[in-house]
Ligand binder design. Structure first.
Ligand code: PRP
Length: 202
């Protein structure tokens, strides 16, 4: 039995479609159920940012998660396969027409991705004041909460519609199959077989 943590929503649906292709069985979560057990798999329906937590603690052997979430958590997990879905990037967002002022003594950055943002500016030897937000990040520079944001950009529409411009890219992201280290060694054959079957659907 393999336990796989899936991030609620579109990525979970697209992942289950790949399992359907790979194993010829339909995998669908019933109504509000958070566990789906079928054909030797147990799927867990969890929040995006919680996927690495389940896998890190071994409550799930495997998980599907965006590289941005993985980078943010800094857990020691095995990356097995890029599923080539959920493609997006983590980028700086600025008020339209403005650019980053590197001469400032400190830049105020609003973001949900505090670790990634901190690392980016520290590598550029820029002092930052990181303001942690949980959503609607695009609002922060518009009302003077921050000088810029670090956020997920898929189409760029959210930033554009809110008077922001997409600035420098910090990292590219996509959904990856990840594994707990102990699970990987204990269930290596099962896991590598699964990896190969999913890879064949890509
Ligand atoms: C992300 C991000 C932006 C939006 C960008 O939010 O925070 O708001 O997507 O997409 P776009 O470039 O296509 O406009 P998401 O929908 O992932 O929800 P979240 O706020 O829970 O991260």
């Amino acid at each position: 039995m393999l336990t796989i943590a899936l991030p609620k929503g579109r990525i979970a649906e697209q992942t289950l479609e790949k399992f359907e292709k790979a194993f010829g069985e339909k995998f669908v979560f019933e109504d509000r159920k958070l566990i789906l057990e079928k054909s030797g798999f147990r799927f867990l329906n969890v929040r995006n940012q919680d996927v690495p937590t389940y896998v890190m603690h071994g409550a799930a052997d495997l998980g599907i998660v965006g590289l941005d979430v993985l980078e943010e958590k800094e857990y020691d997990l095995i990356k097995l396969l890029d599923l080539q879905i959920g493609k997006c990037k983590v980028a700086i967002g600025l008020r339209a027409g403005e650019s980053l002022d590197w001469t400032k003594s400190e830049i105020k950055v609003a973001t949900k991705h505090t670790t990634i943002a901190k690392k980016y500016f520290e590598e550029k030897a820029m002092a930052v004041d990181i303001i942690k937000l949980y959503g609607s990040i695009e609002l922060a520079p518009l009302v003077g909460l921050s000088d810029c944001i670090v956020d997920i950009v898929e189409t760029g529409a959210t930033m554009k519609q809110n008077g922001l411009e997409v600035g420098p890219t910090i990292m590219e992201s996509s959904a990856n199959l990840i594994a707990n280290k102990n699970s990987f060694y204990a269930k290596k054959e099962l896991i590598l077989d699964l990896r190969q079957k999913i890879e064949a659907t890509l």
